[in-house]
Ligand binder design. Structure first.
Ligand code: SGN
Ligand code: CA
Length: 541
């Protein structure tokens, strides 16, 4: 504690006065939180009043994308500002992030920022570039989560993970802004709050268990997609019907004796086994009656949806069960989002009550988007819109006057150069993203900013690598332009190009590749794709 304070003091007297005025950064990144489940993006499903506050007094990006729709890879892109093939972390299953490479947190530190990371990390190696960190091991747990500390020790914190992470983040800020040298001003800080919510298996806080139970969610229009013309989509294992585990995902569990043993029922028991006796009672009071009623109706020997695509489900029994699974999925996910919203509200209130809002950039985003039944799916990985996209809303510090929607195409490799430029730090040439600051200045935009906006990127590049792996999404790369998308699924048993016209086919159901009349468009898109692969130096093409 003492050492920490004296270091702060030393650092602060070495900093020029202007440096102490530089904006703080509070970066809140959730896991698998998709824009469909945020009311500032989509009114159909849930209410997120606190997230909506960020969008209402700040900006909302309407075309915000990731470079590789998976947790570890996405995080690596974010902290390096580089695509996966450059930062080396291409997939969750075999990667270990090389923490000795250049990262944005390290560059912020070098520019005089105090940096801290709390929550999900998922890059296997220990974090580097943070003055303080406390991370969840791997995916972490929802209930009474274990944290790994900087000295390597591990300890369990009681409570629900979204609240625990927020408590730790607020404690860190409180300590930082009230440090003994506060009369001199404290160092600007960059705080990375990385939530576990709302990752599978969507376990709600105990106080939220009964929320959304009276809600019947509308099915997305392409729920019964038959994947015609899209070979890779047809081969995946992420359908709500056939791939969601009745115990693990929909939480139909009474006791080991009265519940069928499924592929993931053991993992489910481990997750809820973390609850104390009293907590478990509250949990069971909600889920056990539901589960009993479920097994009474369906029996325990039923296969809970056959191994067949849900587009071909026609029997009323299977159709009813499929829709029931969708409703359970949506309700549990919505509960988890509710708690996220409440906890983000606490961070916003803290900043407001400490007069920090004027001097802080608050970013809310996710490691990728997610399917809420679109194409019949849960999970992500594909370059289709729901999981190529990620929510991105910001509260801007004073001097950045842009408000409302920003429609330029942005990507998670842009966060690093944005934060560096905001911190007044040089942006190294090998960073592949571009600073978003020109888009945020509003009336204060300079001539150079206006030029940057005029020549903004016309396409984003995407590359997904994790196959063979869970959910069976084949490797693919591609580009998305304002209107079109060109994707190449490759390797193993698939070699197929897909082309979509997002204007006429927003749900990406009609692969136009190879259709008569597409020759010219295909040539143009192929050329642009190749240019981007050269620009980003992706060897796999
Ligand atoms: C776990 C989940 C998957 C999920 C991956 C990656 N299975 O393996 O459903 O796709 O994480 O998610 S589970 O049985 O462990 O829940 S990511 O967001 O971390 O990339
Ligand atoms: Ca994720």
């Amino acid at each position: 504690m003492k050492r920490h304070a004296s270091l702060l003091f030393l650092a602060s007297i070495q900093l020029p006065a202007w440096a102490q005025q530089r904006p703080n950064i509070v970066y809140i990144m959730t896991d698998d939180h998709t824009a469909q489940m945020m009311s500032c993006y989509d009114h159909r499903f849930v209410e997120t009043p606190n997230l909506d506050r960020i969008a209402a007094d700040g900006v909302r990006f309407t075309r915000s994308f990731v470079a590789n729709s998976l947790s570890g890879p996405s995080r690596a892109c974010m902290i390096t500002g580089k695509h996966s093939h450059k930062n080396g972390f291409t997939n969750n299953e075999h990667g270990i992030f090389d923490g000795s490479q250049q990262t944005m947190p390290k560059l912020l530190q070098a520019a005089g920022y105090e940096t801290a990371l709390i929550g999900k990390w998922h890059l296997v190696s220990k974090p580097t570039g943070f003055d303080h960190w406390e991370i969840l091991p791997g995916q972490g747990d929802y209930y009474n989560p274990t944290f790994i500390h900087m000295d390597g020790s591990q300890a369990v914190d009681s409570g629900y993970v979204t609240r625990v992470i927020t408590d730790k983040a607020l404690d860190w800020m409180e300590h930082h802004v009230t440090a003994p040298n506060s009369a001199e001003g404290y160092k600007p800080f960059a705080l990375f709050v990385h939530h576990k919510a709302c990752h599978r298996a969507w376990l709600p806080a105990l106080e939220d268990l009964r929320l959304y139970e009276d809600r019947t969610f509308p099915l997305p229009p392409e729920f019964h997609d038959d994947y015609a013309t899209r070979e890779a989509a047809a081969k995946t294992e992420m359908e709500i019907g056939k791939d969601m585990d009745i115990v693990y995902d929909t939480k139909m569990f009474v006791s080991p004796q009265e519940t069928p043993r499924t592929r993931l029922s053991g993992s489910y028991q481990n997750m809820i086994g973390r609850l104390s006796k009293e907590e478990r009672k509250r949990y069971d009071d909600f889920y056990v009656p539901l589960s009993r009623a479920f097994y009474e109706k369906w029996g325990t020997d039923y296969n809970f949806l056959p191994k067949q695509p849900q587009s071909s489900i026609s029997g009323s029994r299977d159709a009813e069960l499929l829709e029931w699974k969708y409703q359970r999925y949506m309700r549990d996910y919505a509960k988890v989002v509710h708690e996220l919203d409440v906890q983000v509200g606490r961070v916003l209130d803290y900043l407001r009550d400490h007069n920090l809002l004027d001097n802080t950039l608050v970013v809310y985003t996710s490691d990728q988007g997610f399917y809420m039944g679109e194409h019949g799916w849960f999970d992500k990985r594909f370059m289709y819109e729901e999981s190529l996209s990620t929510p991105l809303i910001m509260h801007l510090p004073a001097g950045y006057e842009r408000r409302g929607d920003i429609n330029e195409m942005v990507q998670n490799i842009d966060y690093a150069p944005t934060f560096l430029e905001l911190a007044g730090a040089p942006v190294p040439n090998d960073i592949q993203g571009v600073s978003l600051l020109p888009l945020l200045k509003g009336k204060a935009a300079t001539k150079a900013d206006k030029q940057a906006i005029k020549h903004w990127r016309d396409a984003v590049y995407y590359h997904y690598y994790e196959y063979p792996a869970e959910h069976d999404v084949r490797r693919h790369y591609g580009i998305r332009t304002d209107r079109y998308k060109l994707i190449h699924f490759y390797g193993h048993d698939v070699n197929q190009w897909e082309l979509f016209d997002l204007k006429n086919d927003p749900h990406e159901l009609h692969n136009l590749y190879g259709q008569p009349g597409m020759e010219q468009l295909q040539r143009t898109l192929h050329r642009r794709l190749e240019q981007l692969q050269i620009q980003y130096d992706d060897p796999q093409r």
